[in-house]
Design a binder for this molecule. Sequence first.
Ligand code: FES
Length: 105
Amino acid sequence: MNTNQWVDAAAFDDVPQDDVIGLFVNGHDIALYGVGGEVFASDNLCTHGHARLCDGFLEGHEIECPLHQGKFDVRNGRPMCDPVTDAIRTYPVRIEGGRVFLSIK
Ligand code: FES
């Protein structure tokens, strides 16, 4: 594994459980989701329109877009219901030393 690709994104404690936050990592608009003691990461912009998923509603592993209520699975970015049809990009996450690292290029 190329360790250079892991980017320190946030403190683990700053990612709320059962909620989502948005932040910029290396110029990428990223959403971080806290679910069941784990952290998942995806692009923050919805693939359907210009809405930030960090302003949406997280229920379990599903993030609901605030604009038209499309949903994605935060584990793999898969679209879950209309009107979203294109997946959001997700990023591998590693937790180490109380920090959240993303594999982002
Ligand atoms: Fe996200 Fe339309 S902008 S569902």
